[in-house]
Design a protein around this ligand. Structure first.
Ligand code: FEO
Length: 398
């Protein structure tokens, strides 16, 4: 069902309340998601993006109730990932000659996905498309935000920035606009999205924000491809992105561990107590990586100035939940964060060395030698863990 954004611009996307995992199982979507597609009806009719492939038939059925499909003059594909382009193959069977406006990389990605030679019109930053009634769509390439093909487009007259994934959230709501939803939920999903998807591209985010600000155009709406439409102070999310892209951190330390028989957990809990005995203003959070949502932990790491990571040695390596989490951490290229490692071992003593090496390789500064103990920590070692926490926070605050 369409929803009005203005009297000539409509949301024609799909709300996916059921979605719980995205990018395969790489990203948890505990509040579902939306695939936002937009229809502009001026002298020309324009469709901006489509929806995720499984909803192609439903999308086309709904869209055809809003407009006779042959009356769509142009399709804009801001990004070729299949959560936005997935309905194109079905749609193009019905309107095969309709021009598709996208970047040169967009053509490559669309051909790579669908192996079709549609009527592509390649655009780059500054190119304009007249849509009648003195209105234009202006294209702005946004490479690596978050794919090489990504772009934004801006609708003059209505002052709408269609930003695709940027400024989005995996957050399902029947309420279309940012001012209508729970602000805590909205921002929890927006920061999770940034932390888990955009962190490696932070420098590009800063550059793109500067570029868009220099355009000096009014922005009344930011229409993203996931989650809400920003209409109430829409630039608030741009300001947040500027903050998040600038080595963002809060006064937080995150302690993450996995454990077999609670030895490494005991170290973790006493490290936390030690930290807070020195500084009870620092927000220390503790997560077992095997039982917590990996993407929520990543968001906590994003917010942290330092992390401590612990695992016992198992099979001459580390526990798999820690290994998996560290693989995510490595890819996200966090900056300006400190770390230390801890863990128990029986006969081989390798876990802390492995974790330290990965964290070091991932850009974390290791500020303290690892805390490690053979077999189960005794009372003396529990005290040592507490002291380790004290030492860690003192070192961090030096
Ligand atoms: Fe929402 Fe990069 O796709």
């Amino acid at each position: 069902m369409k929803k009005n954004i203005t009297n000539n611009v409509f949301w024609v996307g799909k709300n996916d309340w059921e979605l719980r995992q995205f990018h395969g199982y790489e990203y948890s979507t505990n509040r579902g998601s939306t695939y936002n597609s937009y229809l502009i009806k001026e002298e020309k009719n324009i469709l901006i993006d489509t929806v995720y492939k499984p909803f192609a038939a439903e999308f086309i059925e709904n869209l055809s109730k809003e407009i006779e499909l042959t009356k769509i003059d142009y399709i804009i594909t801001n990004h070729a990932e299949i959560d936005h382009s997935g309905a194109l193959p079905e749609l193009m069977k019905l309107i095969p000659d309709t021009p598709i406006y996208c970047t040169a990389n967009g053509v490559k990605s669309l051909k790579g996905h669908f192996h079709k030679d549609w009527n592509f019109k390649t655009v780059k930053t500054g190119d304009k498309l007249s849509i009648g009634n003195n209105k234009e769509l202006i294209f702005i390439q946004a490479p690596m935000l978050h794919w090489p093909d990504s772009m934004f487009c801006y609708l003059t007259g209505d002052n709408i920035l269609f930003s695709n994934d940027a400024f989005g959230q995996h957050f399902c709501s029947e309420l279309l606009f940012n001012d209508l939803v729970d602000q805590h939920e909205l921002y929890a999903e927006a920061i999770k999205y940034y932390a888990n998807i955009l962190t490696p591209f932070s420098k590009l985010v800063t550059k793109k924000i500067d570029e868009v600000i220099k355009l000096d155009v009014p922005v009344d709406f930011i229409c993203t491809s996931h989650g809400v439409v920003w209409r109430d102070n829409p630039l608030q999310i741009v300001a947040k992105y500027a903050e998040w892209a600038n080595n963002y951190q809060e006064n937080q330390i995150t302690v993450i561990y996995d454990t077999m028989y609670n030895g490494t957990r005991l170290l973790a809990e006493n490290i936390v107590k030690g930290i807070n005995s020195v500084d009870n203003n620092v927000n220390v959070k503790l997560f077992n990586s095997a039982t917590n949502d990996k993407n929520e932990i990543i968001t906590e790491i994003f917010k942290s100035k330092a992390i401590l990571v612990g695992s016992p040695t198992v099979n001459n390596g580390i526990m798999y939940s820690i290994a998996g989490l560290l693989e995510l951490v490595k890819g996200l290229k966090f900056k300006n964060k400190k770390a230390a490692t801890f863990g128990c071992f029986g006969w081989h003593d390798v876990s802390t060395k492995i974790i330290s090496e990965i964290l070091n390789e991932s850009g974390f500064e290791i500020i303290l030698d690892s805390l490690k103990t053979k077999w189960v920590p005794d009372k003396e070692f529990v005290i040592k863990s507490y002291e380790y926490g004290k030492q860690f926070i003192k070192q961090l605050e030096n």
